[in-house]
Design a protein. Sequence first.
Length: 270
Amino acid sequence: MKNILEAPFMVEMIRTTTNMYDHGWDERNGGNISLMLEEREVSEYLDIGNVLRTIPTGFTAPELDGKYFLVTGTGRYFKNVQYKPDANLGVVRLKEQGQQADLLWGYSEDGQFTSEFPAHMMSHVVRMKIDPANRVIMHCHPANLLAMTFVHTLDEREFTRTLWQMCTECVVVFPDGVNVLPWMLCGTNEIGEATAEKMQTARLVVWSLHGIYGAGKDLDETFGLIETAEKAAEIYMKIAHLPRVNTITDEQMHQLEKRFGIKAREGYLD
C-alpha cells in the first residue's frame, strides 16, 4: 500500500490549508474543507475495508452513500495541518443514506470531521447535480469580504455588481455571481440547507458577518475563486468612502463576456 501522505490529494490539501492560513483566512480553528475522492484514488493508499470507527453525521443524504471525502477536523487549526495531518484531517466514507461515516484514516487524537460537515455535504449534493465536476466545498473567513457585509447592502445583485466592478477579471472568474445569506447560527443543519439552496445558482455564498463558502472542481480552482472575490472586496473597502471617478461599466463587462466566452448571470447587467 502506498503512503497516503504522498497521495496527490493529500499533498494538495496540506498545501491549500497552509496557504489559506498564511492568507489570514482561517484564524484559530476557523474554516473547513471537504474534498470528494474517487474509490480508486483512496484504495491506492488505504485498505478501504478497514474501518477505524463509525461517526454519526447528523443529516440524511442518500445521494452520497458510498462517497469518499477528505475533510478537515473539528476544532483543528489549519496552521497545524502540515505538521500533523493525521490528527487534523480524516478520510471518511458515507453510508446508511449519509447518516453514518466510516473513518478510514485520520482524526487520530479522538477527533472527527468539522462541525460544518452537514453544510458541506448538503452543498456537495446540490453542486453534483449542477456540475458533476465540482468536488470541493471550502469555507473560510476572508477579512475584506466579511467587512463588506457590514457596510454594503446584502442584495445579491448589488453585492455581485460591486465585486464585478472592482477587478476586470471578476465577471470572468465568477460570472454566476455571489449569493448572500443573512447572519445565521453556524454549525446547524438550517444554515447548511440555506447554503445548499444558494449553491444552486452560484459557486460563492457569503455568510454575512462570518465568511464565505466556495465550490469548485478542485482545490486550486476553489481557492482561486475565493481569492478573486476577496481581492475585489479589498479594493472596495479601500475606496468605499471615496467618490468614484471611474468604474468598469456594464458595456465593458459585455465586452468581457464576448472576449472570454462567458455569460454573466441573467439580469445582473444592464
